[in-house]
Design a protein around this ligand. Structure first.
Ligand SMILES: *Cc1c(COP(=O)(O)O)cnc(C)c1O
Length: 440
């Protein structure tokens, strides 16, 4: 499989695509063509087995081809259950993609990317320096990336997070690693953290001294395993009931949504795909009007979906340049904070289930669908985070606590440590130097 930028340019191979993240022209990497499967062709049962079959064409011809099965086993080693909600009047299931180390959907992509990078690095040869991943985070991504890369050979992670702007539990997940992970509390905003990471990655002196990479959500190495879990959920259901599934996908940067769209385009037994977004309405507005108007993000309860300029839209535009065709492929509906709260309360009473705010957008969209589209038709709502990660929101609505999952509890009990830094590239450079001398 060959790849190129959404903006054109030369062909590239999988290893470069993953190590580089973003194309030189600022575009996003996409495969020349999506592979096609008939559902019967896929024999695997677990997510890791299905991922190894489904993603094989993406790895074919790459030096990593023979490693794909090991990458899937390594990265996708936690349960991703598809649970039927017995109390729902129509066939409704929840796909829980939040049983990874940091209890959110980002573990899937981050772990796969880390497993690929660890195996790609020795292939690049010659350079004995470790790969330094700099990740700016407003909370969730940094924890997932730190957890995924922790303890991996020749890789290290610098996490940059804004002072006083992440929750206590989030901060703990960003700072409890040690070893090959260092956490920097930046005296500034999330935008300052991003600008600082970018300044370091593009600084001519620093980028020669260190071997940098990033772990952005637009990296194809994060998107591919997300395709696999949507595909697996439809296959599991189809094998048991012989029916194609429809999917509701909470999304912000369109990483989760696009992955589901790719899974269906690759031949999975899926019918409708409906995106749930929060009050960042760029995508639903576009689908309603044909006007693409990216804008600054607004803060919502479903904070990991606060994206006003969804980057993966560029991949969808490249795949479906015709607006009519695009609009026939996917729908999207916005859900505001009041509706998120109401949904959390209602489903706690109705199903005895507490959703995180992101997942609640999905169930709200399901409830708004016309009855005829739900009756007798199986729907799957993707649940993207464990509610215990957002306990201040869920407890205020439901009046009760949700038990903290064991994996998250273990993290919260680890000792934490971080370094405070000004939003200044020289200060960061000095810390990177100290890190090197400590390692030497
Ligand atoms: C990141 C995230 C999302 C949205 O993912 P996109 O890639 O932006 O579509 C949804 N829910 C949670 C909990 C997340 O962390």
């Amino acid at each position: 499989m060959r790849y190129r930028s959404t903006r054109g340019g030369p062909e590239t191979d999988l290893v470069s695509v993953v190590m580089q993240g973003l194309a030189d022209d600022g575009g996003l990497f996409v495969p020349d063509a999506l592979p096609h499967f008939e559902p019967e062709w896929i024999k695997g049962e677990t997510l890791a087995e299905i991922a190894a079959e489904l993603l094989h064409p993406f790895f074919s011809g790459s030096p990593l081809e023979a490693e794909l099965r090991a990458i899937c086993d390594d990265a996708l080693d936690f349960p991703v259950p598809l649970r039927r909600l017995q109390d729902a009047p129509d066939p409704l299931a929840v796909l829980e993609v939040f049983h990874g180390p940091t209890a959110a959907f980002k573990d899937v992509g981050a772990r796969f990317l880390a497993a690929v990078m660890e195996r790609a690095l020795p292939l690049l040869g010659g350079d004995a320096r470790p790969l330094t991943i700099l990740v700016a985070t407003s909370g969730d991504t940094g924890g997932a990336v730190a957890a995924a890369f922790h303890g991996r050979a020749q890789l290290r992670v610098g996490v940059l997070f804004p002072k006083g702007q992440v929750s206590q539990r989030q901060q703990h997940q960003l700072t409890c690693w040690g070893g090959n992970v260092r956490s920097f509390e930046i005296e500034g905003s999330f935008d300052d953290c991003q600008a600082l990471a970018k300044a370091a990655l593009t600084d001519p002196v620093l980028s020669r001294r260190y071997r940098f990479s990033s772990a952005n959500s637009i990296n194809l190495g994060r998107l591919l395993p997300q395709v696999a879990f949507h595909a697996a959920s439809s296959l599991w259901h189809w094998r048991e009931h012989g029916l194609a599934t429809s999917h509701i996908v909470p999304t912000g940067n369109l990483g989760n949504g696009l992955a589901c769209i790719w899974a269906r385009a690759m031949g999975m037994p899926m019918r409708e795909i409906v995106l749930a977004v929060n009050s960042n309405v760029t995508i639903p507005e576009y689908l309603a009007t044909g006007d693409w108007r990216p804008r600054p993000s607004v803060q919502t309860l479903a904070s990991a979906m606060d994206v006003g300029n969804p980057s993966n839209m560029e991949r969808l535009f490249q795949m479906l340049p015709d607006f009519g065709e695009l609009r026939a492929t996917v729908q999207a509906f916005p859900v505001d904070d009041a509706a998120i709260r109401a949904q959390i309360g209602q489903d706690d009473e109705r199903f005895g289930q507490v959703w995180c705010p992101h997942t609640a957008t999905g169930f709200h969209v399901y409830d708004q669908l016309p009855e005829a589209r739900r009756a007798g038709r199986p729907w799957i709502v993707c649940a993207t985070a464990h509610p215990a990660k957002f306990e201040s929101i869920t407890e205020a609505v439901t009046g009760h606590a949700v038990p903290v999952p064991e994996t998250l509890q273990e993290l919260l009990e680890r000792p934490a440590e971080h370094i405070i830094l000004g939003a200044d590239v020289d200060a960061l450079a000095a810390e990177l130097d100290r890190w090197d001398s400590a390692a030497a």
